[in-house]
Design a protein around this ligand. Sequence first.
Ligand SMILES: Cc1ncc(C[n+]2csc(CCOP(=O)(O)OP(=O)(O)O)c2C)c(N)n1
Ligand code: SF4
Length: 274
Amino acid sequence: MAVHVQDYLRMHKMPHIWCPGCGTGIALGAVVRAIHNVGYSRDEVIVITGIGCSARTNAIIDFNTFQTTHGRALSFATGFKLTRPEMKVVVITGDGDGAGIGGNHLIHTCRRNIDITTILINNSIYGMTGGQYSPLTPQGSYATTAPYGTVEPSFDICKLAEGAGATYVGRATAYHVTLLEQLVTKALKHEGFSLVEAITQCPIGYGRRNKMKSPTEMLKWQKEHAVNVKAAAGMSPEQLEGKFLIGEFVNKTAPEYTKLYQKLIEDAQSKGAK
Ligand SMILES: Cc1ncc(C[n+]2csc(CCOP(=O)(O)OP(=O)(O)O)c2C)c(N)n1
Ligand code: SF4
């Protein structure tokens, strides 16, 4: 049965703060539909965020919610999950929040393989604070902090997560929203640390400085530059030049942190520890 996203939102908090054409709401819609697909009740889920436009999803999504400090959502989420392992912990973060100030926390949360589902909304920029470049801003892009273009290469956050030990990793875009919903659904069902990168459009902070003035142009860019990882397997490096991959990159099993921790406690207690 079709889901009414509004049923999972705090409609009394409307209007939301996002600019017209912002992609954050598209990503939020996919997350809500994915939670609905898995069938979690409101009480079983906690959504934890840091600070940023992406983090403001927290104000309107109607689950248990907890807005923390900038970049620290995964640290709070780790503590929460260890205390209430029976709950589904979802973190929604931004490219600045999750890969910049919170990058260190992301690496170690991947390494621990703790059962947290993270949706990293990558709009290529610090949206909330007016358009500073982030570690995921494409090299050569213009930003308030890079008026002549950024010289820094950007991270591939999915590869970073995979290298750090995440056991479920995927990427989709606001344009490929059906894929995004599918990946988040699988990530929620996965036991262990899962990361789904959602590439979204920020027409105000990124687009208008980078020759994509309208949200439509930005969605068209996503459509034209994304290649599904399955299709990419049959393509040459020349054909993939300037493109980025979407789809499921990692789906594997490994011991989960809260279970290992619980076993450690039980073993220690059986040996007399108090
Ligand atoms: C410790 C700390 N440093 C800086 C800030 C200011 N700040 C708030 S949001 C933000 C950037 C958010 O960027 P991103 O995570 O990409 O989210 P977006 O707004 O683009 O969704 C910054 C630097 C803060 N709130 N706290
Ligand atoms: S600044 Fe960008 S990310 Fe923030 S609400 Fe506006 S369009 Fe969305």
